[in-house]
Design a protein around this ligand. Structure first.
Ligand SMILES: [Zn+2]
Length: 128
């Protein structure tokens, strides 16, 4: 890693990592490593990521913490969550679909209108 790249990206590094009451100064950033901080659940402290840098803005991130990679992971999670949610809605709406079908079978005088009304209401709650 050249000195130039280290200086270019230095704006992405905080003054320190993991500052807390017991260590108010925290730990100085290591400019050869990823600039992101990671949270340790067991100690309840955050640390500088220990992976080598080389990705993303200023090449200051590791492959995993590259903001574009993080955004892509987040988008994929949202997509998966929305698909699951939309799939579950068929079960939640089962009774309303059945009731509409029953009304049509019983001779509802605007079967298409009733069907469209139920479908429209169902689609309003779909996640994209
Ligand atoms: Zn990292």
């Amino acid at each position: 890693m050249s000195e130039i790249v280290e200086r270019e990206a230095s704006g992405l590094y905080p003054e320190s990592y993991g500052a807390w009451a017991g260590n108010p100064a925290g730990v100085k950033p290591n400019l050869k490593l990823c600039c992101d901080s990671v949270w340790d659940k067991t100690s309840w402290k955050s640390y500088q990521c220990s992976r080598p840098r080389g990705h993303g803005p200023g090449l200051a991130y590791c492959k995993q913490h590259d903001p574009a990679a993080k955004a892509a992971r987040q988008a994929a999670n949202t997509r998966r969550y929305n698909q699951k949610h939309n799939q579950e809605r068929y079960q939640w709406y089962g009774r309303q679909f059945f009731d509409a079908l029953q009304q049509i079978a019983d001779g509802h005088n605007d079967a298409r209108g009733l069907a469209q009304q139920v479908i429209t209401k169902f689609k309003e709650g779909e996640r994209k």
